[in-house]
Design a protein around this ligand. Sequence first.
Ligand code: ADP
Length: 159
Amino acid sequence: MRTAIYPGSFDPLTNGHLDVVQRAAKLFDRVIVAVAKNEGKNPLFPLRERVALVKKSVAHLPNVEADSFDSLLVQYVVSRKAQVIVRGLRAVSDFEFEFQLALMNRKLNESIETIFMMPKDTYTFLSSRIVKEIARLGGDVRGFVPGPVQAALAKKFST
Ligand code: ADP
């Protein structure tokens, strides 16, 4: 059983993330989208809500599940009996940070492999931060996020 962990803040999940999840689901027997607690990043959505939004958004993918973690990523990967970490690469700007993270995780546990997946080109400009900014200013985020996330953003910013 090949299991991949796709870790991130997912504050909130975007269609770019979902595109990566869908690609990974074709390559692995099981994909776990693991939402990092990341309180330090001052998330807009609390952990439980971020996990619930992932769960709703991946409901159509039978080999994908949602979970959360608050430990060292490599420890979490081992605890879930997974072998692979999946990360998304949008542009060169992602590369330096992702490269550093992948090599550090390899240092911490040599048996875990990190693989990178590129989303469909129309999603390469998408980030959770930009989506939140558009929603906060009353813009239309349809096409950028899954339906459940769109509803949650509308609720969050309705006055
Ligand atoms: P983190 O705080 O760990 O960077 P994010 O939720 O922002 O968490 O992103 C999780 C992963 O998904 C990262 O590898 C990031 O590069 C990737 N990612 C973010 N947005 C997109 C997108 N639009 N398309 C593909 N990958 C993405």
